[in-house]
Design a protein around this ligand. Structure first.
Ligand SMILES: N[C@@H](CCC(=O)N[C@@H](CS)C(=O)NCC(=O)O)C(=O)O
Length: 266
């Protein structure tokens, strides 16, 4: 049976769970929640499956596969009873272009925003020694360097304005498509929608929804996806162990973030 290594609030894990639930697959859950600095939770052979030591990883037929967008395509290839890829080659290319944006900067920007607003407080509460151990285990050195700046500087981080620019540009581009069409690529719900919706949920959990509430295409699309039973199972039911902290620190950061969002206008 399919095994997924994951934890509740991870956007990369949410997108994989979304597809698993849409497809109605049976799966084993293994929780690996290192995101609060507890690197001892990594299973011993984990780096063989994912050199970066991150989640999610799926294991199937004895093979471990990392990278959430690769996992989505793998699940489509391996479990063909239902399809979440559009039929035409052109629409499939569009779908993949939306997904590519995640690896081209959106995911890194999402981490910067999260660390600057709230996760830095979670790390700082754990103490310097634990942060150092966490970073010593981090194999992605750019991620480690960014974290160090974002943890120490928070809302003053020089990386934050660029991260918000990336998100504003993404949301505007998505909205431009979604005021004219129901879905990001092709005529039906696809991997592109699944891959990107998780960032609205994340930004909303930081109390940032007023920033895009006027983008009607985007907000209607989000509501349509949130109403799907698979979304409830894959995202809402898993919850977020840090939800209270996100609400508290997100509320406190809103004014600063809103000002940077405004400056990020193209
Ligand atoms: N490009 C990777 C990114 C994976 C990633 O950033 N995972 C985060 C959760 S969203 C993680 O493992 N965090 C644990 C940690 O920081 O220790 C993917 O799409 O799977």
């Amino acid at each position: 049976m399919l095994t997924l290594y994951h934890y509740d609030r991870s956007t990369a894990a949410q997108r994989v769970r979304l597809l698993i639930e849409e497809k109605g697959l049976e799966w084993n859950s293994v929780i690996v929640d290192t995101a609060r600095g507890d690197v001892d939770q990594l299973p011993e052979n984990y780096h063989e499956m994912n050199p970066k030591g991150l989640i999610p990883v799926v294991e199937n037929n004895g093979v471990g596969i990392a990278e959430s967008n690769v996992i989505l395509e793998y699940l489509e290839d391996a479990f063909r009873d239902t399809s979440f890829r559009p039929d035409s080659p052109e629409d499939r290319a569009m779908m993949r272009l939306w997904m590519k944006r995640i690896d081209d900067g959106v995911h890194v920007a999402s981490r910067t925003i999260g660390v600057c607003i709230v996760n830095r407080f979670i790390y700082l509460e754990q103490g310097q020694e634990k942060i150092e151990k966490y970073h010593a285990h981090m194999r992605d050195l750019e991620r480690r360097d960014n974290d160090q700046v974002n943890i120490s500087m928070g809302l003053e981080s020089p990386l934050l304005p660029g991260a918000l620019r990336t998100f504003r540009g993404l949301f505007e581009d998505m909205n431009a498509r979604l005021v004219e069409h129901d879905w990001l690529a092709g005529a039906s719900y696809s991997l592109a929608d699944i891959a990107l919706v998780v960032y609205l949920r994340r930004m909303e959990s930081f109390m940032m929804a007023p920033l895009w509430s006027h983008m009607i295409g985007l907000t209607d699309w989000y509501e349509r996806i949130a109403a799907r039973p698979a979304y409830q199972k894959a995202v809402v039911d898993w919850g977020d162990i840090t939800a209270d902290k996100r609400t508290e620190h997100g509320t406190g950061a809103f004014e600063t973030i809103a000002a940077l969002w405004k400056e990020a206008a193209a």
